[in-house]
Structures are given as structure tokens and as C-alpha cells.
Design a protein. Structure first.
Length: 430
């Protein structure tokens, strides 16, 4: 006779199979459209909502999500799964991106922050606005509010994240010491929402969101969630309990997507952020917004639409830096180095150095109060050594060593400092 364990496993398998064939997540309404062709892969839009409706005061305090809700999308990721499931690409769309909204009845034709599309037209307008802005068809849509996000992360087993520096943000409640951490849903919410840690603002937060997705994917893959049909079914069912999906996305859809990833490895996952041209584009009624770098954004989304890798296609020639070179004042003791820095846009004063040059690398000395600018200067002077000097003031001093210093091109591009396309094996904690 079969053992009770085998009977229980058979019953569970039968139950999951029946669920996969019949059940579906609660739908988030959007227009019905023809079934997409999967010849170039499958595209999903994942959003997290800034919504507190239905939350108790205790939940708000427990999750550290006080403040006024905007009923908008706080997180937005476009996920592409290659037709054979062997590559997965994630493109984060910053919430303050200024884009034309898709046509809708409640307002005339206009542009706005992409996160505001949800407030004006829900999931339907959000999807259509993303499709209009990116040129990429969205095949499936999934959304979660704060409670759903926390519950989904917990049900899926949490995630592993790491940091080289302490992360502390009073607004989100985040407290992480340097090192690698296994975090649950509540800590994950704090991790992805923090904006007052280095690097500050939404672009640094977007990279942490990507690291969380990668940490969850890695944990699920290590647990066999995509290789075992039973484990895949459990994972799909757990996810479906805590997210809302559109009418094109059933529980069976989630199961089939999970099974398609059974041959995926982290070296073939990739994460990117839409490249930006302006980080403080002021618009009446919307405030400070982000403007996409249209040629590079188009190249990025063309690669998604055509099922091409993002990493090799989207590399630039200049090293990205997160401060404008013109805002960095430098005194350099070598004319050739000074000229190279000046060509990069730095505010340079050249000064001849008396006597010979010391052995060793170039040294950049700086006041610790100017630390946020030093990486921008160091990027232009590869191999240089940093030396903090208290009381030095706002001017950086560059002392060139005996060897000729190479000056490389840099470009002010905060979106690429934290959002340059990168593969999962390089982004993962190691």
C-alpha cells in the first residue's frame, strides 16, 4: 500500500493541478486585447502601489508607511522573459518620469509623472501609458499594495540582500548594518522604500528594488521553485494570493512562466534603469520631474521588444558620474592632467609643482565635507588614491605621481551610476 506521505503528496499535486487549470488572481481591469505572439518573449509590468486604504493604524505603524497616500504607482518594473526562458531582463521605470499619458476620458491629452497614470485611470491607463512611452507591448500586469507586497515576500521565503555601508533611513524605518542579510517582507518593504540613504533619491532606491527582485529569484531558484513542477505550482499559488493581476494573467499563466525559467541562471538575468537626460525638469502642477534620454531610452526598449540583451547593447563610452564636473573645483600640479580634466568640464586651476615628482600614484586630497564629489573626480583619474584632509575647504587638490596620469572621459549621468545595465551574477551578493 502507498504510504500516507505519498498519498498526501498526490492529493496536494491534484489540488494544485486543479487550481492551475481553473483559478485566477483577482483581476485588475484593463481592455481585452488579442492574445500576444510569444515569438519574441513575454513582457510583464510589475507595480507597487502607494495605497493605505483598508490598512489599520496598527498595520501602518508596523510597516512604517505613515504619510499621505498618492494612490499612485510607487514602483514600476518592466520584465521581459525570453522565449526559451534562458534570459530575464528587468527595466525599472522611475516614478517621476515625465511622459505623455495614453488617451483617456477623464482628462484631455497631456503629459505627467508616470506614477500619476494610476490615479487618473487605474491599471488600464498605467499599462497603456507604459506601452506608449516605451513602445513595448505589456502581456501581463501584476500589482501589489503595501500589505500584499509584505505578504508575498514572506510567502515566497524572503530574500537575501547586501550592503557595503550602513543603511539607515528614519522615514522608512530601514536599519541595515554592512554585510549580507536575509530579510522578511516587512524589512523588504523598508529596504525598497528608503530614499534618504546613499545614494539618495529614487535612482538609488530603484537599484535596491532590483537587488531585492534578484535576491528573491536567487532564493527561489536555489530552492528548486522553477525546476520542480510541484514547487512551481506552490510558488505560483503563493504569489497569486497576494497580488492582483489583469484578466490575461491566470494562475496557470504564472505557473507556466515559472516553469519557463527552469533553465535560467543569474548570469543571464539583467537589470537596468531608463537613462535620463534631465534630473530636475520643472513642470507646473507636477514639480520636479525626470526626463528620459530619448535616443538611449529608445535603444534600451528596442532591445527589450526585439528580445536582445540589454548589457552589451547599452554600454556607453564615457564613465558615468553622479555630480556635474563643473561643480567640482580642482587644483592640479600637472599641466597635461589639468588640461584633460578641463576638457571633461571640471573647474580647474593648474599650478606647476616645484621639484621632482614623488613615486607612487596620483593623490586626490579633499575635505571630508566634499566627499560626495570625490567619486566624480576619481572616475576621471583611474588609479588615483584618495586622501581626506580635514579643513582643506571646497577645492580638491590633485598631486600627480611620477608616472604619467591617464585622464578618461566622464559624463554626468546619475541614472547610469546606479542604473547601468548589469547582469545578476555581478549584482548579487557575493
Amino acid at each position: 500500500m502507498p504510504s500516507r506521505r505519498i498519498l498526501r503528496r498526490f492529493a496536494l499535486t491534484a489540488l494544485l493541478t486543479a487550481s492551475l487549470l481553473s483559478a485566477a488572481p483577482s483581476p485588475a481591469p484593463r481592455p481585452t486585447s488579442p492574445a500576444p505572439s510569444q515569438a519574441r518573449g513575454t513582457n510583464l509590468l510589475l507595480v507597487g502601489l502607494d495605497r493605505r486604504s483598508g490598512m489599520s493604524r496598527a498595520d501602518i505603524q508596523r510597516l512604517h508607511v505613515g504619510g499621505k497616500e498618492c494612490d499612485c504607482t510607487d514602483v514600476m518594473m518592466l520584465v521581459h522573459v525570453a522565449p526559451d526562458g534562458r534570459r530575464l531582463s528587468v527595466v525599472s521605470i522611475p516614478r517621476d518620469s515625465y511622459v505623455p499619458f495614453a488617451p483617456h476620458d477623464s482628462h484631455g491629452a497631456h503629459s505627467g509623472k508616470i506614477n500619476g497614470a494610476f490615479a487618473e485611470g487605474g491599471a488600464d491607463l498605467t499599462v497603456r501609458t507604459v506601452e506608449r512611452a516605451t513602445g513595448v507591448r505589456v502581456d501581463h500586469y501584476l500589482e501589489a499594495d503595501f500589505l500584499g507586497f509584505v505578504a508575498a515576500v514572506d510567502r515566497l521565503g524572503g530574500a537575501e540582500v547586501c550592503t557595503a555601508t550602513p543603511l539607515r533611513d528614519l522615514n522608512s524605518g530601514l536599519k541595515l548594518a554592512p554585510g549580507t542579510h536575509a530579510i522578511d517582507g516587512r524589512k523588504a518593504l523598508r529596504y525598497v522604500r528608503a530614499r534618504h540613504v546613499s545614494p539618495p533619491g529614487d535612482l538609488g532606491r530603484v537599484r535596491r528594488q532590483q537587488r531585492l527582485v534578484l535576491g528573491m529569484l536567487a532564493r527561489l531558484a536555489d530552492a528548486g521553485a522553477f525546476t520542480s513542477p510541484l514547487a512551481t505550482g506552490r510558488t505560483a499559488y503563493a504569489l497569486a494570493q497576494h497580488v492582483r493581476a489583469d484578466e490575461h494573467t491566470s494562475l496557470r499563466t504564472l505557473y507556466e512562466l515559472g516553469r519557463s525559467l527552469r533553465h535560467l541562471d543569474l548570469a543571464h538575468t539583467e537589470f537596468a534603469t531608463v537613462p535620463m537626460a534631465d534630473f530636475d525638469h520643472r513642470v507646473p502642477g507636477w514639480g520636479s520631474t525626470l526626463l528620459w534620454d530619448r535616443p538611449r531610452a529608445k535603444a534600451l526598449f528596442d532591445a527589450v521588444r526585439e528580445d536582445r540583451t540589454l548589457v552589451t547593447h547599452h554600454r556607453g563610452h564615457a564613465a558615468p558620474v553622479d555630480m556635474r564636473p563643473a561643480s567640482v573645483r580642482v587644483r592640479v600640479d600637472d599641466p597635461a592632467t589639468a588640461e584633460g580634466l578641463r576638457a571633461n568640464g571640471f573647474d580647474v586651476t593648474a599650478a606647476e609643482r616645484p621639484g621632482g615628482r614623488a613615486a607612487g600614484p596620483t593623490v586626490i586630497s579633499y575635505d571630508p565635507g566634499q566627499a560626495r564629489y570625490v567619486d566624480t573626480l576619481a572616475a576621471a583619474l583611474p588609479g588615483s588614491r584618495l586622501r581626506p584632509v580635514a579643513g582643506q575647504g571646497p577645492v580638491f587638490r590633485v598631486t600627480v605621481g611620477a608616472a604619467k596620469q591617464r585622464v578618461v572621459a566622464v559624463a554626468y549621468d546619475r541614472s547610469m551610476v546606479e542604473g547601468a545595465p548589469v547582469t545578476g551574477d555581478r549584482l548579487r551578493c557575493g
